[in-house]
Ligand binder design. Sequence first.
Ligand code: CP
Ligand code: NVA
Length: 303
Amino acid sequence: MKDFLCINDCPAELLKELLQISAELKSLYGEGGRDLCLTGKVLAMLFEKPSLRTRISFQVAMTNLDGSVIYVKPEDIGGIGKREPVKDMARVMSRYVDGIMARTFEHGTVTELAAYATVPVINALTDCSHPCQAMADVLTIQEHCERIEGVKIAFIGDGNNVARSLAFACAKLGMKMVVASPNGYELDDETIQAANQASAGSVLQISDAVQAVAGADIIYTDTWVSMGQEEEKQKRLADFAGFQVNTELVKAAPDDVKVMHCLPAKRGYEITDEVTESPNSIMFDQAENRLHFQRALLKKLMS
Ligand code: CP
Ligand code: NVA
């Protein structure tokens, strides 16, 4: 595998291997050990959208493995695909760096970078997907539920990039996901069909949040207004009313349900402050695991 763009493109064996390397490196670094597998290697990080977790965790991961990063904002290079074609950027950057990670609006930008780059390209979130998030989420689920196989996730809210990658992770790794969304914000049929083709019955779309959380091991939510959708904010806030992860909804799930959110969270909208701060919440372990998964991914792709 040269690139990491979409979980549905990855064989299950590879995903399991990445989880195994993540756990090994997490324990190694926890004991003060080091793995200097990327000495002298450089990762270019292109960001068309803001980021706290992804930017910092990738930079720390590269530093941990003895490599370094170059952070590139679109305005520094005259815009991605504006001053020159993406395919030219990909070939030029491949002559300088050992890997490229990119957070873009259009998913086609990362696939084009990957098609023309001779070095690995990592999807660090597009409008379509967020595979690094989903794999860090699976690592977190494995740690908290002590299993992956058969875990049931209730995803409440927008059938967005985060939901899509999580659906593919569920299908590939033996979990079940029930998505509850308001009318017009469901996960697209193509994703649901592809997930269920990979594993029959793995992903189900419904419209009732209470029904979704019944028997769930995990309740997961994400913002109602993703980056790039700011103009739709008022309409979305109205449309998503009734899909908030609050104490009442958590009470409809088993007592030991874990609550996840990829963050950043808009407290008072998709999730309440009370649930975020409750013992059910595992969001900060989840955020930490971005670092542990990405260290493993960088080692696998770049060493
Ligand atoms: N979850 C996530 O990707 O966070 P950032 O947008 O801060 O990177
Ligand atoms: N769905 C969100 C995820 C942020 C990490 C967005 O795309 O803005």
